[in-house]
Design a protein around this ligand. Structure first.
Ligand SMILES: [Zn+2]
Length: 300
């Protein structure tokens, strides 16, 4: 998915310079390191890299290579930040005012479909940190204040509701298995779409249909910004609720474009990115091997 080919749009996300793993209640969490630095970037500037990296993680999970997957996730979050599950998951959008979250059935974050917003936010604050998130509640358990203790709060420069301050804080964490599960689901969808027209049997086709139908990102908001100069095109600014939703969107744009730049290698099946729209193989090695197989098959 190439930004310039797809239109004039942008979004933003925050990442920290370093992350660490913490074991809490038998789960592994990923969280920014205390001394790490926060920076803002536009995920669309690196869309192809993000897609290839998350799909590679998903491929490792799919092939049960969990150590490689965990390693890939650490590299991923250092490059792009955590996914923003806190703001991605709820089915309702104004979770602070509504004081309640509604969650999809069978979600991995908790086994409930509804819970109070403060209880929900605490699921992402399991790691003890110097930077404190302050959640003040009234007698009814409604949140009257949500703020993040400040050293240069990233949220100060963007117009977002208070729960984003938590997502962008150093106290925020996500569980390793949530990210593994997401990467795997995305990889399975990728595989289904890429292989769809190659399979003949009705069973596999049906299975692919189900996987593709289940890929259903929602809640994408956007606005139009006028350019600074006369000759500038208006900019479509996406208000993604999370990096995860931005990835869903990049993925959907990539898979439905006739200028698709992220593909599955025809020989080894690995996801790869190429500006050459005709490229079918991830490497010269794969292309050569595929040619060897082809000529052997011909000679038989
Ligand atoms: Zn290959």
């Amino acid at each position: 998915m190439k930004k310039n080919n797809e239109g004039n749009f942008r979004t933003f996300w925050f990442k920290y310079s370093d992350y660490e793993l913490k074991e809490i209640d038998e789960f592994t969490y990923i969280t920014p390191k205390e001394a790490s630095k926060v920076t803002m970037y536009d995920p669309f500037d690196v869309a192809d890299e993000i897609l290839v990296d998350i799909l590679m993680v998903g491929r490792y999970v799919e092939k049960d290579a969990l150590d490689l997957a965990a390693d890939g996730i650490m590299k991923f979050v250092k490059k792009y930040g955590l996914l923003g599950e806190l703001t991605y998951l709820p089915l309702n959008t104004d979770i602070l005012k509504q004081d309640k979250v509604y969650l999809p059935i069978g979600n991995l974050v908790c086994d409930k479909e509804t819970m109070s917003t403060s209880e929900y936010i605490k699921l992402f604050l399991k790691c003890e940190k110097k930077q404190k998130v302050i959640i003040k509640e009234n007698a009814k358990g409604e949140i009257i204040e949500l703020s993040v203790e400040n050293e240069a709060n990233p949220l100060a420069i963007v117009d977002r509701p208070g729960e984003y301050a938590v997502v962008f804080s150093r106290a925020y964490s996500e569980c390793l298995v949530w990210i593994m599960h997401y990467a795997r689901t995305l990889y399975q969808t990728f595989e289904a779409i890429e292989n769809y027209n190659k399979v003949e049997d009705a069973y596999t086709k049906q299975m692919y249909d189900n996987i593709i139908r289940n890929f259903n990102p929602s809640k994408i908001a956007c606005r139009v910004l006028m350019g600074n100069k006369k000759e500038d095109l208006p900019i479509l600014e996406w208000n993604f609720n999370s990096l995860k939703l931005a990835i869903d969107t990049m993925f959907a744009l990539n898979e439905t474009s006739d200028r698709r730049t992220v593909k599955m290698c025809k020989h080894c099946g690995k996801p790869f990115a190429s500006d050459n729209l005709k490229a079918e193989y991830c490497s010269p090695q794969c292309r050569n091997q595929a040619n060897v197989y082809k000529s052997r098959a011909k000679n038989k």
